[in-house]
Design a protein around this ligand. Sequence first.
Ligand code: ZN
Length: 290
Amino acid sequence: MTIVYSPGYGIDIGPHVFPTQKYRLVRECFADQPTVDPEPATWDQLALVHTHEYLDKLRLGAMTAEDVRQLELPWSAEMVEAFRLMVGGTITAAESALRKPHSAIHIGGGLHHAFPNHGEGFCPFNDVAVAARVLQQRGVERIAIVDLDVHHGNGTAFIFESDPRVFTFSMHQQHNYPMWKPRGTLDVGLADGTHDARYLEALERALPRVLAHHPQCVFYLAGADPYEDDQLGGLKLTKEGLRRRDRMVIDAARDANLPLVITLAGGYARRLEDTVAIHSATIEEALSRA
Ligand SMILES: [Zn+2]
């Protein structure tokens, strides 16, 4: 199984709830595994999803105060390059998953709040959307996105709203950021405090609907933030529940013989080691079921 990672993801964004060091810490949990170093996504690839006006703002540092407030990340050339590299990581993982053995892990990505014309919620670019567009250019047209971050995949839903080839499934905490949730193909908004059993039941009901789309490739955003001790989430999943969630998605793709591209997405546990452990469990499950 291919694992994609770059040390370039660990940028300094000052004191921030988003722990960019998590990528390195997760990678260190699999020190004996080789990883593939991605190339940055090209600006042309980014333009498959994002507007030229927005890309120019990021490239030239011409963000307004409102842009920065919405993105919730300080602008720097280093920040833009790190996320361009991270989009490249998801593209690399997707290309790898389409070759056998049909599954790839990106220790990064899942930037589902980025829209064509602006970034939001720590997401300057929408890596999964860009990778999906790259695959479509290569003839892999029918794609499913399984987004299990605690937050709704607003940017992704918006980007593919009028593309019936892409099935966007988001299961999230209903009463949480983002306030405006553009309609995806399948949205499951969960009540505050939802526990493992109810969550896993809902996932079990939803996955057959995703597969009924007959995707040629599945992207999985394995957010660690549905965890009970997450600072930005209000669900009550345990670590074991999250592991079972991962197993369900991985098994569903494997049983359908579908390429699966795993990205990490969010994770803001009070204790950083919990976020790292949850992401690492996702990778363990993928490796053990390969
Ligand atoms: Zn999130």
